[in-house]
Write a protein that binds this ligand. Structure first.
Ligand code: G3I
Length: 316
């Protein structure tokens, strides 16, 4: 049956995977990615980010993102656009430009409008702003916040809505998988934006997790977000471990995946789950967390790990 087929039967919109352009030449990789019984949604891991799409001011390149959108369309898969306004993978012409508030507002509006218009009608969700909070719930220092205050958020959301009224607009962050200061700040901001009429439709929970460390409050937190009157999505799920992987770690990982999927199943407004690529072969984890890895449901040889069966069972 496959994870996407099961997720849809459970009332979800999709079960999906991130991918990246460089991986698409790997034929065995592409065959599984393209199977819409497994994946009903793709997220470009890098090719829609600011440094990939507007490397110089006003000069746009959509080719990398378009490759992934076309692939998804050919396979009957949705696309989550990732991501419009983020402090990272941001060209220095933006971060070090020394722009005043009015100019930076125009720069954000132009960037958001260009991307969202380019893929109008073809993107299910956009991650409009990404990782705007510190773990203590204060706003992260970034050129956007430091120049515009929190107003940069509504500037970005309004521009995105104007460019594609059909796309669902998300705020996305990490370390918001359990209750706590960061989740509270996120909820408070969403409440405030909605009260002010800012067009926001969803909260994305990245969920880059660690085996054995899944927050007991994951499901409660998800339900609290949904109770704000927005959709929620698990947008970048992986559950890493200290290598080497052992049968015992893989079994605990399967339990942790089950916990996360069960939480989404239990919250009607949790619309979908995206794993941050599907195979350990292309995971970002080992390059950032030395000595850790094996975070995904397929191993580096494309064999299904115990986590696959536990996800399927939770969706069955
Ligand atoms: O494309 C260049 C290549 O030309 C160059 O030779 C090579 C040398 O380092 O780098 C390549 O760029 C890398 C890029 O991925 C594409 O592979 C960057 O170094 C590398 O830093 C970048 O990592 C990405 C990371 O975001 C950067 O922030 C990961 O692939 C991507 O999976 C990861 O995704 C993020 C989400 O966007 C937001 N949430 C966290 C998540 C994991 O970090």
């Amino acid at each position: 049956s496959g994870l996407n087929t099961l997720a849809k039967a459970k009332g979800k919109t999709y079960f999906g995977s991130a991918t990246d352009n460089g991986e698409l030449s790997d034929a065995p990789y592409l065959a599984i990615l393209s199977n819409n019984k497994e994946f009903g949604q793709l997220t470009p891991g890098n090719s829609m980010k600011w440094d990939a799409t507007e490397r110089s001011r006003g000069v746009f390149s959509f080719a990398g993102g378009e490759t992934i959108v076309k692939l998804a369309e050919a396979n009957g898969q949705f696309v989550r656009g990732h991501t419009l306004v983020w402090h990272s993978q941001l060209p220095t012409w933006v971060s070090n430009g020394g722009f005043n508030a009015a100019t930076l507002t125009t720069i954000i509006q132009n960037h958001v409008t260009a991307l969202v218009t380019n893929w109008k009608g073809r993107i299910l969700h956009w991650d409009v702003v990404n990782e705007i909070f510190n773990d203590d719930g204060t706003f992260r220092s970034s050129v956007f916040y430091n120049t515009l205050g929190e107003e940069f958020v509504s500037i970005a959301f309004r521009a995105a809505r104007a460019a594609d009224p059909a796309a669902k607009l998300y705020i996305n962050d990490y370390n918001t998988d359990g209750t706590g200061a960061k989740s509270t700040a996120l909820a408070n901001l969403v409440r405030k934006l909605k009260a002010a009429g800012v067009p926001i439709d969803g909260i994305g929970i990245q969920a880059h997790l660690i085996v054995g460390n899944v927050q007991g409050s994951f499901a409660t937190n998800l339900a609290q977000f949904a109770a704000l009157g927005v959709d929620v999505a698990i947008t970048e799920l992986d559950i890493r471990m200290t290598m080497p992987s052992t049968a015992s770690l893989l079994s605990r990982q399967a339990d942790d995946y089950r916990t996360i999927v069960n939480a989404c199943v239990s919250v009607p407004r949790c619309v979908g789950i995206t794993i941050w690529d599907y195979t350990d072969k292309y995971s970002w984890i080992p390059s950032v967390f030395s000595g850790q890895g094996a975070g995904l449901p397929w191993d580096q040889n494309f064999s299904k790990k115990p986590a696959y069966a536990s996800i399927a069972a939770a969706l069955a």
